[in-house]
Each structure stands twice: as structure tokens, then as C-alpha cells.
Write a protein of this length. Sequence first.
Length: 151
Amino acid sequence: MPLGNLTSQFFANVYLNELDYFAKHKLKAKYYIRYVDDFVILHNSKDKLVYWKKEINKFLKERLKLELHPDKSKIISLSRGVDFVGFRNFYYHHLLRGRNIRNMRRKIRLFNQGKISYSKFLEIFQGWQAYAKWANSYKLIDGLIKKEIKI
């Protein structure tokens, strides 16, 4: 089943429902957020998060035959920003990932060089803009439109 396929997303949600129950009802994690196979737990105690991480890893191994990714499961301060569902999330604002902005700038360059048609570029840019609006990105989007896109 291809990654990103709607069916694989559906099955990930069904399969990981047990994790949701475990985190919310057994661990009593008040701020537990999951999107398909990514999840975040917020808490002001690092010790509590370390304990929960061990318990979740144990639960995943025993009940679901899964493991947390060793490089991607980290305990970090929210003040540094949490990378989740395509954004860098902070207390009061959300930023786009740097690679996402670089990819859009690369597509703008290709369009400006005539390597992407206007209709294809419009489709790409409108999709990206709809996504980018969820972040604090007004000045970025405005700057791209006014200064970088050559129409």
C-alpha cells in the first residue's frame, strides 16, 4: 500500500486508535495530539515526558508490534519549536518548514525560467498557498508574489 494513500492513512488511524486510548485514558496525557502516525504530547514536566515515552514504547512493542523511531522521537522544549504536520509549532505561532519554502522558491525559479507552464505553476502555487496560510506566513507569501514571481 503506497505511503500517503488514503487507505493507508485510514488503517493507520484505526490501528493506532489503541495508542490514543492508552495515552489519553491510561497515561492521562491531557495534551496528546496525533495525525496519522505522528503524535505529540505536551507537558511542563520533562520527567513525566521521559516516563510516558518509556511507557508508550513498551505499549507499542507489546500491543501493536511497533517501535518509536529512535531519531524522530525526542523530548524538546516547546520554546525551540516542535516539528509537526509540516510546521514548526511554537507557543503562539506556527512557521513553515525551511525546506518547504526552499521547494516553493525552486518551483518559482523553474516557472520564471519557462520550465513550468503558467497553468501548472498556478496549480502548484495555489495548493502551497492554501497550506502556507495555516502558518504565520503573510509576509512570506506576499513577498513571493510581489518580488519573486515574474508574470
